[in-house]
Write a protein that binds this ligand. Structure first.
Ligand code: C2E
Ligand code: CA
Ligand code: CA
Ligand code: CA
Length: 281
C-alpha cells in the first residue's frame, strides 16, 4: 500500500507539473501576444427591444492563438487578472475600441449618431487603479470620443470589493458623462441597497437568468423583479443572451427596455459593423 501511495504521489506530482508548466507557458504567450498586438476586438450590438433599433455596441476581446485557435476570454481574462496582464491588455482594449469608434463616427456619421453607445468591460484590477478615470479621460480626449458615448461595465463583485473607492470613482466617471453598467446582475452579492446609493445608470441581467426564465418560474420572477426594481430606481436594463423568439417576447411583455444576444447578432468583427448598423438604424 505504501508503494502505491508513492506512485500516486508521483502521478499527481507530474500532472501538477504539467498543469503548472502549461499555465506558465500560456502566461508567457499572453505577454507576447500583447506586445505583438495579437489580440483583436469584436463588437456585439445592443438593441432597444420595442423599436428594434441598435443603441450600442459591447466591446469583447478575442485571442486568435497562432496554434491553439481562438481562445475564449472566459479562459484568459481570469489569468490576465491574476498576473496583472489585464492592466496593459485593458488599456489596449480601451485605446483600440475608442480609436475604432472615432473612425466609425467620422466615416459613417449617418449610422453612428450621437445616441449610439460604446460599452467596455472593466476588470477588478483595472478598477483598483486610482488613475483609471484620468486614463480613460485621456484616451477619450485623444480619440475625440465624447464621454457621453462611453459605458463602462463592471460586475457586482468588483463593486463590493472596492466599495470605498467605487463611490468616488463612479462620481468621477459621471462627471465625464460616462455611464456605469452593473454587469452579470444577479450572479454576485446582490445587495440591493448599493443600487440606490451609488451613481449607477444601468443593470445587465445575466444570461443565466434569460436562458432559464421560461423553464423555471423562479428565474422569471427574478427577471421580473429586476426590471421592476430598475424602473423604481430609474435605471436602464439590458437583458443579455437573448437567443429565441419567445425569450424576446417574454422580455418585451415584462417591459425590459434593452437587450443583446445571438437572436439579434453574434459579436461582429469591426469590418462588418457599419453595414450591420445601416440595416438596423
Ligand atoms: P460578458 O461581459 O458577460 O459578455 C457577454 C458574453 O456572452 C460574451 O462572451 C458574448 O459573446 C456572450 N454572448 C452574447 N450573447 C450571447 C447569446 O445569445 N448566447 C450565448 N451563449 N452567449 C452570448 P465572450 O465574448 O466569450 O466574453 C466572456 C467574458 O469575458 C465577458 O462576459 C467578460 O466578462 C469577459 N471579457 C470579454 N472581453 C473583455 C474585455 O475587453 N475586458 C474584460 N475585463 N473582460 C472581458
Ligand atoms: Ca459585459
Ligand atoms: Ca454580462
Ligand atoms: Ca454574463
Amino acid at each position: 500500500a505504501k508503494g502505491l501511495g508513492k506512485n500516486r504521489y508521483e502521478v499527481f506530482n507530474s500532472q501538477l507539473y504539467l498543469q503548472v508548466s502549461q499555465r506558465l507557458n500560456l502566461e508567457l504567450e499572453m505577454w507576447q501576444a500583447v506586445e505583438r498586438g495579437e489580440f483583436t476586438l469584436v463588437y456585439q450590438p445592443i438593441f432597444n427591444l420595442s423599436t428594434q433599433k441598435l443603441v450600442g455596441l459591447e466591446t469583447l476581446v478575442r485571442w486568435p492563438h497562432p496554434t491553439k485557435g481562438m481562445i475564449s476570454p472566459a479562459d484568459f481574462i481570469p489569468i490576465a487578472e491574476e498576473t496583472g496582464l489585464i492592466i496593459p491588455l485593458g488599456t489596449w482594449v480601451l485605446q483600440t475600441a475608442c480609436q475604432q469608434f472615432h473612425l466609425w463616427r467620422q466615416s459613417y456619421p449617418y449610422e453612428f449618431t450621437e445616441d449610439i453607445g460604446l460599452s467596455i468591460n472593466l476588470s477588478s484590477k483595472q478598477f483598483s487603479q486610482a488613475a483609471l478615470v484620468e486614463q480613460i479621460s485621456n484616451i477619450l480626449k485623444a480619440n475625440k470620443v465624447p464621454g457621453s458615448c462611453l459605458k463602462v461595465e463592471i460586475t457586482e463583485s468588483i463593486l463590493m470589493e472596492h466599495l470605498q473607492s467605487a463611490r468616488q470613482m463612479l462620481h468621477e466617471l459621471k462627471a465625464l458623462g460616462i455611464q456605469t453598467v452593473i454587469d452579470d446582475f444577479g450572479t454576485g452579492y446582490s445587495s440591493l441597497s448599493y443600487l440606490s446609493h451609488l451613481p449607477l445608470d444601468s443593470i445587465k441581467i445575466d444570461r443565466s437568468f434569460i436562458t432559464c426564465m421560461e423553464q423555471t418560474p423562479e428565474n422569471l420572477e427574478v427577471v421580473h423583479a429586476v426590471i421592476s426594481l430598475a424602473q423604481i430606481l430609474k435605471l436602464d436594463v439590458v437583458a443579455e443572451g437573448i437567443e429565441t423568439d419567445s425569450q424576446l417576447a417574454t422580455l418585451k411583455t415584462l417591459g425590459c427596455p434593452h437587450g443583446q444576444g445571438y437572436w439579434y447578432s453574434r459579436p461582429l468583427p469591426p469590418e462588418l459593423v457599419p453595414a450591420f448598423l445601416r440595416e438596423h438604424s
